[in-house]
Design a protein around this ligand. Sequence first.
Ligand code: SF4
Length: 329
Amino acid sequence: MDLEIQRKKAEKLYLSNFGCRTNFERAVFFSWYCAIRDCKYCYMSTQPSNKKPHEARRRIESVLAEVYLLGKFGWDFGQLSGGHEAFDEDELENLLKLINIIHKQGIWLNAGPLTEGQITRFKPYLRGIVGALETPRQSLHDEICPSKPISDIENTLDLALKHGLETSVTIILGLGENKGDYDLLKEFIERFKISVIHYYALNPQKGTAYENTKSPPQEYQGWWISKTRLDFPKIIIQCGIWADKVNQVAYLLNSGANTVSKFPALKLFGRPEAIELERQFKLAGRSHRSNLTHPMKIDATADISELNLPESLKTKIIEKINMYLKRMN
Ligand code: SF4
């Protein structure tokens, strides 16, 4: 099918299922450490092998400050994401518990393969599990993710379904796949009852095997989004864009995507890129509740003080929130 016809049909289907709305989704990261560390496109693969988990993870108060701010600024909580085994099981459960005290809703977790015991412990705080498939063709996946076999992701998603959680998948376009691989992805979506799919265009990382490759054009990302929308009218499609691709947002939304993520909203709040992102939402004909440009008066001390958190942690979270707000303002 001609791409423009495909996109128009996908947009029409989107509007009939979701209306003319969109939003910005924030993925909250918790570490620069990953026990797997050899996926060929990933920044973590450039990190020294002797790095210890506790040396490369974010402070709890920083994660919690971001969770608080995303709620205040109307950003959706896309997922909690970080390297495999950056936190041990007790620590990750504790982090999820603390996030739940602030966010008050189940979240999506993207932390690599999980055991049934882990899923059982984490599920009171979760909406669903994200499987970082990245590319659906087995031979390509084996080559670029040698220590993260598709079977581990499948097992984790099976366990998520068994425990009544929703399932999601991430795809990075530009890793060597082609449009012929779409049917494999379609089967994966059907088999694991995927309700949310994240389509990122490769952002080549310095020091990785993809350093000198190019990120695919918006037409390619738009093709995958619109194709998926036509096959799965009600699936949530989220498109990841980096700061240098903000001008593609209207095109991607009008290909049938629901929301936008990856934009570094804390760092670029109120900057020209954020202003452009909001303009693109408008250009796409979508309303949104996320504020990416206007400073707000927020009384973090009052809000955090009344939560059921350890007193020493409250002080640290408030300090962090105020630090972020100062930077954003
Ligand atoms: S498992 Fe995820 S975080 Fe770890 S190296 Fe692979 S892509 Fe990177």
